[in-house]
Write a protein that binds this ligand. Structure first.
Ligand code: FAD
Length: 326
């Protein structure tokens, strides 16, 4: 008989979990009072970069190792992934940031002006030196979440907004689980979406800066996501003028045509994170919590889900991030 699993929360952690448990033959119910994926979830606001190597500039080794598998996992769910790599640039006075990045990210290769012009002609005037990480991808999180939700619902996962849990409970409530999880904190992130026909980029670009690093993710049709602030605060609403100004200033430094772009959306949420910014699979009593995805929701939810499903169904202890508080 198949094992019953109840997942609390239908953000990227909960949906990845549902997919992995379903693949192992479990009967899966997802309870989320907010219903379908939407702006109530932190996952709605993400950039969708699948850039494990670049994240290694600041993140710990397991984040890079586990994150490398994410693009294939999303592609296996039918999600469109663009594999054009990541370009990393810095303005003239911040060149030391590029040197530091190159030291920390072995996969990054130096590009000269001609190579930048080949890859991103629209940045050729602004930058004469850059770094490039080839083996990286990006995706559009909102269609990815909704298509995964629809696919899971069509494959037999029960999605409900309330009701009693059945079988093993896996808690994926993100920041809403903060009162149960010692050490879980919020890291506020603000983002902006703009449209301009005057800039064309084929890949995410990171603009390094000591205080206001920026990434720009092209969404197609002249739409770009500019992200993201990283502020030690659990506040999930209220994008500030200062943050939005910093994001827009950084975009303008990347290409002056962003000054004329149409402002489509300003978004904000707080990322659930532990002190080392690595996730946890934590067992407390009968409940298993999968949380703390920080800025790596799309990058690490597949690995977190795979390890949790293996542990519950096959008894395998997770290779990373497991804590047993029984
Ligand atoms: C501006 C910004 C940019 C980001 N960019 C990226 C990026 O480029 N790449 C990346 O990988 N990550 C990125 N992230 C991080 C990513 O969004 C988070 O890591 C991820 O969303 C966390 O997912 P989650 O499922 O744990 O939480 P959430 O997405 O918050 O999901 C939690 C769910 O739990 C539900 N819930 C709440 N209370 C209950 C309850 N009582 N019972 C049941 N369900 C409940 C909520 O309705 C919600 O649907 C970014 C985040 C921000 C804010």
């Amino acid at each position: 008989m198949s094992q019953d699993i109840t997942i609390l929360g239908g953000g990227v952690a909960g949906l990845a979990m549902a997919s992995e448990f379903l693949a192992k033959g479990a009967g899966v119910t997802v309870i989320d009072p907010a219903g379908r994926p939407g702006e109530h979830a932190c996952s709605w606001w993400a950039g969708g970069m699948l850039a494990a190597e670049c994240e290694g500039a600041l993140a710990e080794e397991p984040v890079v190792r586990q994150g490398r598998k994410a693009a294939q996992w999303w592609a296996d769910q039918g999600v469109e992934i663009t594999h054009n790599g990541t370009l990393i640039v810095a303005s003239g006075r911040d060149q030391s940031e590029l040197m530091t990045f190159a030291r920390r990210v072995p996969a990054a290769q130096w590009l000269d002006a001609a190579q930048i012009a080949d890859l991103e002609p629209h940045l050729a005037e602004q930058f004469t030196r850059a770094l490039f990480v080839e083996r990286e991808g990006h995706m559009n999180p909102r269609p990815a979440l909704t298509s995964l939700y629809d696919r899971l619902a069509a494959s037999g996962v029960q999605f409900v907004t309330k009701g009693a849990s059945r079988g093993q409970v896996i808690d994926c409530r993100g920041l809403a689980a903060r009162s149960d999880l010692d050490g879980l904190r919020g890291v506020k992130g603000e983002m902006v979406i703009v449209r301009t026909p005057d800039v064309q980029l084929a890949r995410p670009v990171r603009l390094l800066h000591p205080r206001f690093p920026l990434y720009i993710v092209p969404r197609g049709d002249g739409v770009f996501m500019l992200g993201a602030t990283q502020i030690e605060s659990g506040e999930r609403t209220r994008a500030t003028v200062r943050s939005v100004m910093e994001l827009l200033n950084a975009a303008y430094a990347l290409h002056p045509a962003f000054g004329e772009a149409e402002l489509l959306e300003i978004g904000v949420d707080a990322r659930p994170a532990f002190s080392d910014n690595q996730p946890r699979i934590r067992r407390i009593g009968d409940r298993i919590y999968a949380n703390g995805l920080f800025r790596h929701g799309y990058l690490l939810a597949p690995a977190l889900a795979r390890m949790t499903a293996l542990m519950v169904i096959e008894g395998t202890e997770p290779e990373d991030w497991y804590e047993d508080y029984r």
